[in-house]
Design a protein around this ligand. Structure first.
Ligand SMILES: Cc1cc2nc3c(=O)[nH]c(=O)nc-3n(C[C@H](O)[C@H](O)[C@H](O)COP(=O)(O)OP(=O)(O)OC[C@H]3O[C@@H](n4cnc5c(N)ncnc54)[C@H](O)[C@@H]3O)c2cc1C
Length: 458
């Protein structure tokens, strides 16, 4: 089918104003928060499941790639149209359809912004726990696509632990439901397969999420250290004592310097690292838990612990952490995040190796990460306009992921594979593993129209 005819058919399906194909639009939808770039043939803004189904059916019949897109904040190239095709942008499908308190669920369209749902629920005393630092802009569809994590996922689990069911559009436009409000479903865990599949197996058009009661009390502390090693050892020690804080986040001095230039969160500029430790739960017993945490921090040479005295102080500490990625661009124009994960006891050793990689390549690397999960985020700082420096940064990133894999960890804790980490898949999977994944992809998308070229190397 000629491009003009395909565009006319798309316009018939979703309305003329909901099909974009100008040069500017196609350039804007050609990238995401990764370094990769591509170019779509058209961008479609569907308003309903029926419209998604029509568009996917057309794409299937004509063998046109179809790329689901939330807010395009993924960090691995997941929404880059590497083979052209149709970008399906869910900004119009952004309604919270149902809040079902007795069943502790919400049903949402994929374009709902994560924080909008959380803010609405909190007013009713409930929580949707997964909180990627990008929650102000990320969508729930994108969170499902990436199986996103966040600071509070240490205690509450990542996105997959909160998705009970979804209405999905399959490769040929068929609409079906997977899972539902039941906490457990018989048969294969298809929902588990789809969460984190980066839009390569099915497209979610409605999502049922588990919600929980908001904690009665919260205590947020900033533990300040003169050595990264002491901060890292504190992380394993707290968990080894049987305490699972709501968050255990770490930041090193490079990141704190950038944050202070940007949001003035009050981080100490002369410290080597800080931990943001948040405890939550019932009021009774929380002081005792905090005292225990303090004792463990002292055992690991903490220099000082500051307790947030009120909500404003807590918000200030979190504003710094959540704005950290953006803030580092004050130091260098671009950053590349290595989302490797290691067993948390390996943190001190692996962080040292990460620093060695930085020295070897002459690159500045900052660290801000979900320490409790052992999920590192070394931010390699560079200037994209300098091709040689960019290539060096990419080489360093790959080396860091290899270090994580060799330490018994993996190459992505939450940011997905997309196209940026295709080469690194063989650090953790054998050719037989990859072939099994290809078989699943072929079974669920025989013509390879759903986000082709992502997740599994050819
Ligand atoms: C500053 C910053 C901080 C971040 N912090 C975190 C963090 O703490 N934790 C974390 O996990 N991530 C983080 N991220 C990465 C990113 O924000 C998350 O991956 C987020 O879930 C992406 O949401 P999105 O709406 O932007 O999705 P997009 O980037 O638009 O899409 C992500 C993937 O999901 C697929 N997809 C989108 N919609 C659907 C759908 N309806 N059905 C099926 N597949 C779909 C896409 O094809 C793509 O593969 C951060 C990113 C930035 C820029």
């Amino acid at each position: 089918m000629e491009r003009e005819e395909a565009i006319r058919k798309l316009q018939e399906s979703v309305g003329e104003e909901n099909v974009l194909f100008s040069d500017v639009d196609l350039t804007l939808y050609g990238y995401d928060a990764s370094l990769e770039k591509g170019r779509a043939d058209a961008v479609v803004l569907p308003g309903s499941t029926d419209q998604v189904s029509l568009v996917v059916r057309l794409a299937y019949q004509e063998g046109i790639p179809i790329i689901a897109r939330g807010s395009g904040t993924n960090l691995s190239g997941g929404t880059v149209p590497v083979r052209g095709g149709i970008v399906l942008h869910f900004s119009r499908m952004n309604k919270i359809l149902e809040v079902d308190i007795p069943n502790r669920t919400v049903t949402v369209e994929p374009g709902v912004i994560t924080l909008d749902l959380q803010t609405m629920l909190l007013k009713q005393g409930f929580l949707y726990a997964p909180d990627p630092a990008s929650q102000k802009v990320s969508t729930l569809g994108g969170n499902v696509g990436e199986n996103s994590g966040g600071p509070h996922c240490l205690k509450y689990g990542v996105t997959t632990n909160h998705v009970l069911g979804a209405e999905v559009v399959l490769y040929d436009g068929t609409v079906t439901w997977i899972g539902g409000k039941n906490p457990d479903n018989p048969g294969y865990d298809l929902m588990g397969l789809i969460v984190g599949s980066e839009g390569t197996l099915a497209i979610a058009t409605k999502i049922i999420l588990r919600i929980i009661r908001a904690p009665e009390a919260i205590k947020t502390m900033l533990a300040i250290y003169d050595s990264i090693e002491d901060a890292s050892n504190t992380v394993s020690a707290i968990i080894a004592e049987g305490i699972v804080p709501a968050t255990l986040e770490m930041m090193d001095h490079v990141v704190m310097e950038a944050v202070e230039k940007s949001v003035q969160a009050g981080y100490p500029l002369d410290a080597a690292a800080v931990l943001i430790i948040e405890l939550d739960g019932l009021k009774d017993g929380l002081d005792r838990q905090a005292a225990k945490v303090l004792e463990i921090c002292k055992r690991h040479n903490v220099r000082e612990i500051q307790l947030a005295r009120d909500e404003a102080e807590r918000a200030r500490l979190w504003a710094g952490r959540k704005g950290a990625f953006g803030a580092v661009t004050r130091l260098r124009p671009c950053y590349m995040v290595c989302d490797g994960t290691v067993p948390r006891t390996k943190l001190p050793e692996v962080l040292n190796q990460v620093m060695e990689v930085g020295k070897k390549y002459g690159l500045l690397i900052g660290n801000v990460f979900h320490a409790g999960d052992g999920n590192l985020h070394p931010l390699i700082l560079f200037d994209e306009r300098d091709e040689a420096e960019k290539n060096t940064a990419m080489k360093a990133a790959s080396e860091i992921l290899k270090i994580c894999a060799d330490a018994g960890g993996t190459i992505s804790g939450e940011h997905g594979i997309g196209i940026e980490k295709l080469r690194e898949m063989n650090f953790i999977f054998t050719e037989d593993d990859l072939e099994t994944m290809r078989k699943i992809k072929r079974a669920m998308d025989p013509k390879d129209v759903l986000n082709p070229g992502k997740v599994i190397p050819n």
